[in-house]
Write a protein that binds this ligand. Structure first.
Ligand SMILES: NC(=O)C1=CN([C@@H]2O[C@H](COP(=O)(O)OP(=O)(O)OC[C@H]3O[C@@H](n4cnc5c(N)ncnc54)[C@H](O)[C@@H]3O)[C@@H](O)[C@H]2O)C=CC1
Ligand SMILES: O=C(O)C(=O)Cc1ccc(O)cc1
Length: 288
């Protein structure tokens, strides 16, 4: 499939909306139907021409579809799969943009067992702290990575189609095992978000929180940007990737304990080497 005749977004927000916009610009999609629960958000998506039709009924929307993208928080995906299962056309490819992959694979197996040939889990490594259809952008996936974690049952043709569509959005596509995916993204995405929420709450707990926020500068802005992310999305990620996240959170707690000891002990050399190691790695990251 080079082009999609009817794309259905189950969840019409930043990730689904940006996928639709990029495919439209690439001339790779006919009609886009956006499914959602929030009428104002769907209205905005129509106004911005992110979607061509809006629906609150996932089962009705997938009729006649050749591609379905699940793009809600991962905790909603199972119930949407149950709703669409009896109505999915044979051969309709079902993919997703969820941030966790072992749970989504398990959901596909549990809720779409007759359709696994056409199920292709995926994760675009692009986004922001913004959400909703109004945040959708044409160029979001340009030059960014997308990780696919195909099921053993996924038909190679369906995987190739999903790959080609993400490439049409300007993305570079990689394939990976779902467990490896969840370990990597616990470390570089899920735990950093939880640390940002935790740090922000620590500031809010201070007696002089308002003054702290008033005087905070760009370091604070950089460090806390992702603390503005959507609560439902990040609650679902934390619950879905629990084991990998807990292991990394505990490793981070040990690092924090080490810093406490260096500061408490007035260990100047220890602090210098501790900071140097992180600083050198952060400065060279992304240069390769
Ligand atoms: N925000 C980001 O930077 C990234 C997010 N992701 C993943 O993509 C998925 C979507 O995230 P965003 O687009 O950022 O979220 P979003 O909040 O912008 O959009 C999600 C939409 O789904 C709707 N929704 C929620 N439950 C629903 C249901 N049961 N039926 C129909 N619609 C429902 C919401 O009303 C919302 O409009 C999540 O699974 C997230 O983990 C992946 C990569 C990056
Ligand atoms: O806001 C940011 O910079 C992000 O890190 C966006 C993001 C959030 C979740 C993902 O699964 C992938 C990317």
């Amino acid at each position: 499939m080079n082009s999609v005749n009817k794309l259905v977004l189950l969840g019409t927000g930043l990730i689904g909306g940006s996928f639709a916009l990029a495919l439209k610009r690439a001339g790779r999609v006919g009609k886009v139907v956006g499914v959602g629960r929030n009428p104002d958000n769907l209205q905005r998506a129509l106004q911005l021409r992110v979607i061509d039709e809006a629906s609150s009924d996932a089962a009705a929307a997938v009729q006649g579809a050749d591609l379905v993208l699940l793009a809600t928080p991962v905790g909603q995906m199972g119930r949407l799969m149950t709703q669409i299962a009896p109505h999915l056309p044979t051969g309709c490819i079902v993919t997703d943009g969820g941030s966790t992959k072992q749970d989504v694979a398990a959901l596909f197996r549990a809720h779409l067992p007759q359709h696994l040939l056409y199920c292709v889990p995926g994760h675009p490594i692009a986004g922001s702290e913004l959400s909703g259809a109004a945040a959708a952008q044409y160029g979001l996936y340009e030059g960014r990575r997308v990780v696919l974690t195909p099921l053993a049952e996924s038909n190679p043709g369906a995987v190739a189609t999903v790959r080609a569509l993400w490439e049409a959005c300007g993305a570079n596509v990689y394939e990976m095992d779902a467990a490896e995916h969840d370990g990597i993204f616990a470390a570089v995405s899920h735990v950093p978000h939880l640390l940002a929420f935790s740090y922000m709450n620590a500031v809010l707990d201070r007696r002089n929180a308002a003054a702290c926020l008033d005087f905070a500068a760009s370091g604070f802005r950089d460090f806390t940007r992702i603390a503005g992310s959507h609560p439902d999305m990040w609650r679902d990620i934390a619950l879905a990737n629990r084991d990998a996240i807990l292991a990394d959170l505990k490793a981070n707690a040990a690092q924090l304990q080490h810093v406490i000891e260096l500061v408490e002990g007035g260990d100047s050399n220890g602090l210098t080497s501790y900071i140097e190691r992180a600083s050198a790695a952060r400065s060279s990251w992304g240069r390769g």
